[in-house]
Each structure stands twice: as C-alpha cells, then as structure tokens.
Design a protein around this ligand. Structure first.
Ligand SMILES: [Zn+2]
Length: 179
C-alpha cells in the first residue's frame, strides 16, 4: 500500500503542476518513469454486460484489490476500452485471457443456478485474468479450486499462495515491460 499511495501522490503532484493536461492517466506513466519506483499495474474492467452479476463482479474485484498490492482492478470509465470485459451468459463460467490481465470473463448462469456463489465465481474468474490457473480438486480455502469445492463453499478470498502468485505475476510483468 505504501507504493500505491506514493504513486498516487506523484500523479497528483504532476497533475497539479500541469493543469492543462486533460488526460491524467497518460500523465501517470511519464511522471513515474522518471522515478525509480515500481509502477502499479491498473487493469480496467467493464461489467456492464454482467447483468445480474454486476455487483458480484465489483465485489470480486474489490476482494482482489484488498488482497494484493501489485495490481489493481478498476471499473472502466465511460467510453474507455476495458482490459477485462465481464459478460453474463447461460453457459459454465469461464475466462478467455488474451494475455495477462486482458480478455473476457463469462459469469455463466449454469453454475449459479446449481447453487455456486456468484461472488466466489467472479473472484475465481478474475483470478484467471490475473494469471492463476485452475487447481482442482481442492479445498474451499483455495479460490482456484473453483466448483470442485462444492456449492456449500462460498469463500471468495484467494489464499496466501494465490495472493503471492499474483504479486509475482505482476512484478514479472512490470519488470518485463521496462526492459
Ligand atoms: Zn477456473
């Protein structure tokens, strides 16, 4: 959290010193590249097509934001192309990543209708977008055990190993991007 608030502070300072800039998001990288700081990875998501699961998707994103420091999921602004598109459909929940942090998540009603927790499903699918594979079968304490933990499992929180893996995925991504 220290790095995040420092980055935000820098961005705010930069925005104040350049009031004519209308795109503060474009100003953030240039302000930060001059500093020897690890840049936070901000991924935007669009849950407008997630229909009745929209709140569950927001909750899943908030859980990830509270669980890891290396990446942040933020709702896309109006007219902004999101990194992650979240869609409700009648199939089984699934994720189609294009690359780390980008792609389409389907919150499939089939699993919800069977009694699986929508928030756990949303957090699980977002976990795929953050680079985590399925690890099934597995206990309820493991988010990526997915449906294998049964419908009585409503845990939407990644365990310590899953959190560490996501931190590592985005640390690697940030290092790779700067080379
Ligand atoms: Zn899965």
């Amino acid at each position: 959290m220290r790095i995040r608030s420092l980055t935000v502070g820098l961005a705010a300072a930069f925005a104040v010193s350049c009031p004519v800039l209308t795109a503060p998001s474009a100003a953030v990288p240039s302000a930060v590249t001059a500093q020897p700081l690890v840049v936070d990875r901000v991924l935007t998501y669009d849950a407008r097509a997630a229909a009745e699961f929209r709140a569950a998707v927001d909750r899943g994103a908030a859980i990830w934001n509270a669980s890891v420091d290396g990446v942040e999921l933020r709702p896309a602004g109006a007219g902004q192309r999101a990194d992650i598109r979240v869609v409700a459909d009648d199939g089984w929940p699934r994720s189609l990543p294009d690359s780390l942090g980008r792609g389409t998540v389907y919150i499939g009603r089939q699993a919800i209708d069977q009694g699986h927790s929508a928030v756990r499903v949303a957090a699980h699918e977002l976990g795929h977008m953050l680079g985590l594979p399925d690890r099934k079968p597995g206990p309820c304490s493991r988010l990526m055990s997915g449906a294998s933990a049964g419908t009585s499992c409503t845990n939407p929180y990644p365990n310590a190993a899953e959190r560490a893996q996501v931190e590592e995925n985005f640390e690697g991504a940030a290092a790779g991007a700067s080379m």
